[in-house]
Design a protein around this ligand. Structure first.
Ligand SMILES: Nc1ncnc2c1ncn2[C@@H]1O[C@H](COP(=O)(O)OP(=O)(O)O)[C@@H](O)[C@H]1O
Ligand SMILES: [Mg+2]
Length: 236
């Protein structure tokens, strides 16, 4: 076999993942049995109705949450076998995550929120890159503002800048255009795909936006705790 014909190992691999939430005497199985892989450089959209487990699945893929059963391999690490500190280390070095509710740090300015992941990595050009991303998301003049002084859409753009600024190998984004008007959505979408084209990173996006899903290589739908390929997906 020539070198070219050997497929690259997946950057993300889930095997027989199950997630059950327990509260009091009640339990709710949100993810029943999910197995899937994502090769490096692919863009994947995950769709599904509200409450179907998209956020849960994304959190498990990124090592923010633990499955009840099953194995997760991310960037060559078996996440389910690592300690919390080791998982945090993998997250800092390898991935970016845009939360559905942004989760900006309220006591830090917009600029400092973007700076955090770079400072954790000890990046010497941190400030320059953070300012660059602040401008990319159209908020160059808002760097000194605190999250509470920003609208939902502006907070979302800061969250996106924070997730992308370190050029992560894999970017997870939970409804990254969910709170934005059409024009801003389009800008954010373009920014995501420009970054994807520039650095060749992997993207796993949860989205309700048809246009965003259509730009991805592959669309997966979560239904009744299972993940299925959307076979009539045509990339635009
Ligand atoms: N920490 C939790 N404890 C108990 N139930 C939860 C928890 N997080 C989510 N759920 C429930 O799991 C289901 C899936 O939630 P979620 O993953 O947020 O779905 P989606 O992102 O597709 O809207 C919902 O019924 C939700 O109420
Ligand atoms: Mg959700």
């Amino acid at each position: 076999m020539t070198e070219q014909s050997i497929p690259a190992p997946p950057i993300l691999k889930l095997e027989k993942v199950i997630k059950t939430y327990h509260s009091g005497h009640q339990s709710l199985t949100v993810i029943r049995d999910i197995t899937f892989t994502v090769p490096p450089g692919e863009s994947v959209a995950i769709i599904g109705p509200s409450g179907s487990g998209k956020t849960t699945l994304l959190g498990i893929c990124a090592g923010l949450d633990q499955p009840s059963e099953g194995a997760i391999e991310l960037c060559g690490h078996r996440l389910d076998q690592l300690t919390e500190d080791q998982r945090a280390e993998v997250r800092n070095r390898k991935l970016g995550f845009v939360f559905q509710n942004f989760q900006l740090i309220p006591t830090l300015t917009a600029l400092d929120n973007i700076l955090i992941p770079l400072e954790l990595r000890g990046d010497r050009k941190a400030r320059e890159q953070a300012l660059d991303w602040l401008a990319k998301v159209g908020l160059a003049d808002r760097g000194h503002h605190y999250p509470v002084q920003l609208s939902g859409g502006e907070q979302q753009r800061i969250a996106l800048a924070r997730a992308c600024v370190g050029n992560p190998e894999i970017l997870f984004a939970d409804e990254p255009t969910g709170n934005l008007d059409d024009e801003t959505s389009q800008q954010i979408e373009d920014l995501l795909f420009e970054t994807h084209a520039r650095i060749g990173n992997t993207m796993v996006l949860v989205t309700h936006a048809r246009e965003l899903a259509q730009r991805c290589d592959r669309v997966l739908r979560i239904r009744s705790g299972h993940l299925e390929e959307v076979t009539d997906h045509v990339r635009s």
